[in-house]
Design a protein around this ligand. Sequence first.
Ligand code: ADP
Ligand code: MG
Length: 467
Amino acid sequence: MNIDANRVWKEASSLLERELSVKDFQTWIQNLRPRRIEGGVLTLSAPFGLYRDRVRKAFLPVIENAVSTVVRARCRVAVVVDEDGGEDRPIAVASGPAVSWPPKAKPPTKAATATFGGGVRPRTFENFVVGEANRMAYLAARHIVDGSLGEANPVFLYGGVGLGKTHLLSAVRHALRSSGGRVLYYPGEEFTRRMVDALLAHRMTEFRREFRLADALLIDDVQCMVGKKRTQQELAEAFNVLHAAGKPIAFASDRPPSEIRTFEQGLRNRFQGGLITELRPPDKTLRAEILRAKLSEAGIDLDDGLIDRLSVVLQGSIREMEGVVANIRLASSGCEGRVEDAVLETVIAPFLKTNGPVSLETVIETVSWAFGVSREEILSRSRTRRISLPRHVAAYLCRRLTGSSSTEIGDALGGRKHTSVLRADKGVRDRACDDPGFASRLRDLEQMLGGAKALRPSSTRSRAGAL
Ligand code: ADP
Ligand code: MG
């Protein structure tokens, strides 16, 4: 971290401490970390997306004023999130110096790290909460480890974002590895990347040898291979090698095999030849159980009634719940009183606000705010990239969160055809497959708008040209 940024932030923090209430300061300012100051912009990092968004929304002007006072010039402030390096974000590109979360003053306990990182704590069968919505998938994953799949090989898990697919594959990997098994685990893009590297280095023989040596093959986010012909061919090869040897194979995807239409027929048949199970969004009972488990992992003791209320409000993905637990932890760490008081104020209230039915207008406004373009620009005919990208993202989020038809969404986005909305939606999903940074930005936006409510899988790869 550069010295100047540190010094500036230290001084600005003490100004802010005088200006803001103790609770706001402790909850929303103290946990920001300076990264660098460059070109008149001080970059601060926040522990997770929801936190960053709240700081941007509620405190940016006051932070900018304080910082400008310190440097005696107009200084802008950017608030960003450090990549967490979780297992669903395999390409942990180090961006900037490492910043430790939570803050150094309180050394993180194991559980606390887990709630912030999302992927630091190993995801095992032990910390997977089983209920109606995910029992079949859980049992299928267990069968892989027990070696009792038999004819049911491969296992194909599918379901919406943040419902536990990666968790289950990780649990399988963890269990097999701890009994000495050689497990090949690839998030969808990683398989392609490794294959391309091998191709370029003329090391395909080695790449393929891995399959012969492996005891199990796990491929996450297999929908990311849509449209990648060579990848699919290699995957089919790998599949054949392991399958013939009776080794377990598991896939996870955001949609069922029948909807992965641009996959080679042969590969689709292979997916369909085993056990296909869906992970559904958890019902209220399971949501409460998961919340209880996550809170207890984070060492937070919360009133049962409050857990109950939260489990009514939090209807999105489980990842969203983890964000809330992290929020609760932050809120309670800055407060001497009972956890409930801090929680009600800083965590539940904003959630109650954002968790009503999401309207088309809310999505459009939020996206325009997040991308720094105006609502009018989103609705305009302009096709420059600066404007068409947020427009596509708005179409995608409207499809996922509002329950409106694509015709209604097209109307709200400035009178566009429903086919354009569908194309934009697919374009955004394709890009999310290729670009983890973009995917994480989408997740943050969804979380802000109240979480992933419904998943509408798209099946073909296309360019979102018309919107
Ligand atoms: P997906 O791969 O389906 O998008 P993940 O497996 O990454 O979702 O799950 C999102 C987060 O929610 C992860 O941190 C995971 O550990 C947690 N999670 C999901 N399902 C459960 C569950 N049943 N019990 C406990 N944690 C869960
Ligand atoms: Mg996943």
